[in-house]
Design a protein around this ligand. Structure first.
Ligand code: ASP
Length: 342
């Protein structure tokens, strides 16, 4: 208990401490919650557990090996399941990560997150962080209390990656299962397996192996310090909803979205009749796809309807990009340019 308290005080004060020559790089851990910070009733409970149970100090105190890698400080943003991450939390997180990385002594940032919506927050940061210093988003598929939990190794690797010079200007990275993936390209693919995060179309960027961190390629699409989006003064974002496509879907959901104030709708399939009328209502429509990989090809037919195509972004990520695009313009031609570049 006393050790935990001293370690917490020490961590909390590190951000203010001057960096000594040869000292370890300074990394700040921003915690938001999720399974990596959850507890089950006992060690065999892998799938039933409660979010919001592990504090940041408990998380880092559990892993003394982090002290060999970095001078770690932390900031708690939230401690919730990732289904509860809202716009306010996203904006606060981006603003605090940016404030940290702007400090000369900051080497990188790590963000803990629930895996259910981790890819959305990672892509949001990929578009709004104003630094080329490494930002690594990490989660776990097994609770903190489980036999053979994956959180500690994922966190250890995330901090290692955040201190790695080769991770600079790679955009925001996702770290689980020893794999380093790009925020834009990666989605959660399996409800329970620890190898759930996969960049289906393009593969991982590299690996966190025990001997070294290795990268094999770099992301091409615009990100972080190359991004035009600025959320530093924003306290809200335009509402954008996602329409799930299925046989016999009618206009009920579209009408509900519009009356709830949607400024954009991302469609997840080709069944778009109810969406045609939105052009005259000033609601921007983006065509994505529910299949989870592959491009939606740009066509003259879609452009003539005043609609935008999402390239290979899945609907939940197209929604993030459309919300940010709508902070700058409502012109579908300009929004198509944004989808082509990010
Ligand atoms: N309950 C979790 C969440 O917050 C799932 C996870 O983190 O794996 O998304």
């Amino acid at each position: 208990m006393i050790r935990s308290l001293l370690w917490s005080l020490c961590l909390a004060s590190l951000a203010l401490a001057p960096v000594q020559a040869g000292a370890l790089p300074q990394v700040r851990l921003f915690t938001t919650g999720g399974t990596i910070q959850s507890k089950g009733a006992h060690r065999q409970k892998l799938m039933e557990y409660s979010d919001g149970r592990v504090t940041p100090s408990e998380l880092v105190d559990d892993l003394p090996e982090l002290r060999d890698v970095a001078q770690l400080s932390y900031a708690e943003i939230s401690n919730v399941g990732s289904g509860n991450i809202d716009t306010k939390t996203l904006l606060t997180l981006a603003q605090q990560v940016n404030a940290w990385l702007a400090l000369p002594e900051a080497a990188g940032a790590v963000v803990t997150h629930g895996t259910a919506t981790l890819e959305e927050t990672a892509y949001f940061l990929n578009l709004t962080v104003k630094s080329d210093k490494p930002v690594v988003v990490v989660g776990a598929m097994r609770p903190f209390t489980a036999v053979s939990r994956d959180g500690p190794m994922n966190l250890y690797n995330a901090v290692r990656v955040a201190t790695t010079p080769q991770a600079r200007d790679m955009g925001v990275l996702i770290m689980l299962n020893d794999e380093i993936n790009a925020a834009r390209d990666t989605t959660k693919n399996n409800t329970y397996r620890v190898d759930t995060f996969i960049a289906r179309d393009v593969g991982p960027l590299g690996f966190a192996d025990s001997d070294s961190i290795v990268f094999y390629r770099r992301p091409i699409y615009r990100h972080t310090s190359h991004s035009e989006f600025d959320v530093s003064k924003l306290s809200s974002l335009p509402r954008v909803d996602v329409l799930y496509a299925y046989q016999e879907s009618d206009d009920a959901a579209v009408k509900a979205f519009v009356s709830a104030g949607a400024k954009g709708i991302v469609n997840s399939g080709g069944y778009s009749e109810p969406l045609a009328a939105l052009k005259d209502k000033g609601v921007v429509v983006v065509q994505s796809d529910r299949k989870g990989s592959g491009r939606v090809v740009k066509s003259e037919k879609v452009a003539a309807k005043g609609q935008v195509t999402a390239d290979n972004l899945p609907p939940q990520k197209a929604r993030i990009l459309l919300r940010l695009a709508l902070t700058r313009t409502t012109d579908p031609v300009e929004i198509q340019r944004i989808f082509d570049e990010y």
